[in-house]
Design a binder for this molecule. Structure first.
Ligand code: FAD
Ligand code: NA7
Length: 540
């Protein structure tokens, strides 16, 4: 590092959620670099800082929705419900920041607007919204893959008199008690919100575009003994997680659904329905629910039968019953369909009865009904994966902008790097693994730290992937995704939720185990697919 160009910092980290926090710790405390992290939020936590809506929680089981790198941290942190609520996760991440004394190197309330690479000095210039600039040799972006909110431009949106809020930017002082609340969106967020808000609001009107498959979460208290047992078993648990597909802490099934009798199929579905958890129902019942149309239909029809059993009003049950593939991100809730039996909940199918406009008083639908509301909630999701990148001015070699580079859809090599952007690394970048995310985040953070260490040890100025390596990875991800049913369902997983967004592959869908093997193979092979350049040739 002795003849490295003089910069303000060695590395900039953008984002202070699960990814940014651990990256800062690795780069500063393990590699000894001068690092600063930035976040536009007023606190650390990322997702768990922003998403404070009633019902906000993780639906990964508590014991694996956390870091695994620090055994003492695992021992010290307890939990008392099967899933963690938003305040628990935020408190945990704040405690991690405190534990490693990271706050002094995190600059909050600071949006990073631009990161521009200078080929002469091999440094990045990072510019904040307030016009501060920092020069650094490395930039790691941990911008979040479900972070840039999607606010559909529904006619009259700005005319609404009461609070109109997105779940991903929830104001801390908004109470729903005694209010007439409307919610647009019934994805993972919307269904969580609906279950909680129905119990708080005077009346809840749900504007549903697509009916959803939701299975029970099985949430509830856990005993101290259970927590002690899990802690004792953590070595095995993390080993299993890292060697699994979706990294949710259960063993995925290897039995095809159609290889067993109808009776056995129903028994397995019922057993997993009783256990709870969306990923478990999709991946722990049979091996091919997300792959084989017949297996998928078997799972879907099981859930449909539960809706029919649960929902009392036949017309409401009909509207709630999905007829498409079961191939979006699997949902789970404690009592989603039961909620619609409540007197204070109304379901409006906006596919059948579209929203005409939002008015000062509420929402006007095509049948002429004006739904009067005090609060209108957009649970309309996120411009996923590349959303936060596309609004920034990120420029690499030859002044190439990220918008130009990704004009046909976001691409990467290994979900971590992209060609023409030297010394620029992404946590949960495009075509990273589709899993419970903390274990994938840890995998990527540690691998990025290893890559930077490699460049430092080689005494090189820059490291970046070749275009061929990036194209190869995109093709691999496309081939894997095409072997699943996910591209056939319209959701954020392929960018279908944002009008005008190109529908492209955005995930490596072969699982964490395969992903980790690939990363190990690349590193062991001397970082295949990467190009190191030294200072003199870069300056030439
Ligand atoms: P984030 O936590 O999204 O953090 C990114 C940060 O970057 C944000 O704070 C943002 O303000 C900041 N940022 C972005 N752009 C800039 C910029 N230009 N300048 C400065 N700061 C910037 N995953 C699971 O695995 N299991 C779950 O159960 C689960 N539940 C979820 C529930 C909800 C409601 C949501 C929204 C997401 C959920 N996720 C879940 C996904 C979740 O996002 C990840 O698990 C994880 O928290 C991502 O961490 P991250 O650090 O990569 O990104
Ligand atoms: P999702 O899964 O994208 O869900 C968004 C919901 O909003 C979904 O039901 C959409 O309908 C609906 N939506 C989106 N745009 C519109 C418009 N224009 N009009 C009406 N309804 C609309 O986002 P979530 O936040 O729920 O979940 C994303 C991830 O974040 C999730 O995996 C968790 O990990 C947290 P659709 O169903 O597409 O017809």
């Amino acid at each position: 590092m002795s003849d490295a160009p003089s910069t303000d910092l060695d590395a900039v980290v953008i984002g202070a959620g699960f990814g940014g926090i651990y990256m800062l710790h690795q780069l500063r405390d393990e590699l000894g670099l001068r690092v600063r992290a930035f976040d536009s939020a007023g606190g650390v936590g990322g997702t768990w800082f922003w998403n404070r809506y009633p019902g906000a929680m993780s639906d990964t089981e508590s014991f694996v929705y956390r870091y695994s790198f620090d055994r003492e941290l695992l021992e010290e942190w307890d939990w008392n419900t099967r899933y963690l609520d938003q305040p628990d996760i935020l408190a945990y991440l704040e405690a991690v920041v405190e534990r490693y004394d990271l706050a002094k190197d995190i600059q909050l309330n600071t949006m990073v607007d631009a990161a521009v690479f200078d080929e002469g000095s091999n440094t990045w210039t990072v510019t904040t919204g307030t016009g501060e600039t920092f020069r650094a040799r490395y930039v790691v972006s941990a911008l979040g893959l479900l972070s840039k909110t999607n606010m559909p431009d529904i006619r009259g949106r700005d005319s609404f008199r009461g609070p109109l809020v997105h779940t991903g930017a929830w104001p801390t002082d908004l109470s729903l008690e005694g209010k007439r609340v409307g919610v647009i969106g019934t994805g993972s967020t919307g269904t969580q919100f609906i279950c909680a808000a129905a119990k708080l609001a005077d009346h809840l009107t749900v504007f549903q575009r697509s009916a959803q498959y939701s299975v029970p979460s099985g949430n509830g208290p856990v005993t101290d003994d259970y927590v002690t047992d899990v802690k004792r078993d953590y070595d095995r648990i993390w080993d299993q997680v890292r060697n699994s597909v979706v990294a949710f802490g259960f063993q995925e099934s290897d039995v095809p659904a159609m290889s067993v009798s109808e009776e056995e199929r129903q028994r397995v579905f019922q057993e997993n329905w009783d256990k709870g958890n969306g990923f478990r129902f999709m991946f722990g019942t049979f091996s091919d629910i997300a792959v084989d149309p017949a297996a998928n239909e078997a799972a879907a029809s099981f859930i449909r039968s539960k809706i029919a059993e649960t929902v009392k009003d036949p017309e409401t049950a009909r509207k709630l019953t999905p007829t498409d593939l079961y191939a979006k991100r699997p949902l789970c809730n404690r009592d989603y369909y039961e909620i619609y039996n409540r007197e204070n909940v109304t379901l409006v199918s906006i596919k059948e009865n579209p929203i005409v406009e939002i008015t000062p008083e509420g929402v006007l639908t095509e049948d002429g009904t004006e739904h009067d509301l005090d609060v209108l909630v957009f649970a309309t999701g996120f411009d996923a994966v590349d959303g936060n990148y596309m609004r920034m001015d990120i420029r690499g070699r030859g002044d190439t902008s990220i918008q130009q580079h990704w004009k046909d859809g976001p691409t990467s090599y290994l979900g971590i790097t992209t060609s023409s952007f030297p010394n620029f690394f992404m946590i949960l970048g495009p075509n990273g693994p589709f899993t419970n995310l903390p274990p994938s985040i840890e995998t990527q953070v540690e691998w990025i730290a290893g890559l930077i260490r490699h460049a430092e040890e080689e005494g090189k100025a820059t490291i970046e992937p070749t275009r061929a390596a990036e194209d190869g990875w995109t093709e691999t991800c496309q081939t894997i995704a095409d072997s699943t049913l996910f591209p056939k369902a319209e959701s954020w997983i392929f960018g279908a939720n944002i009008p005008g967004k190109k529908n492209t592959v955005m995930f490596f869908m072969a699982g964490l185990s395969a992903y980790r093997s690939k990363l190990a193979e690349v590193a062991d092979g001397g970082y295949q697919g990467f190009e190191l350049r030294d200072r003199t040739s870069a300056m030439a």
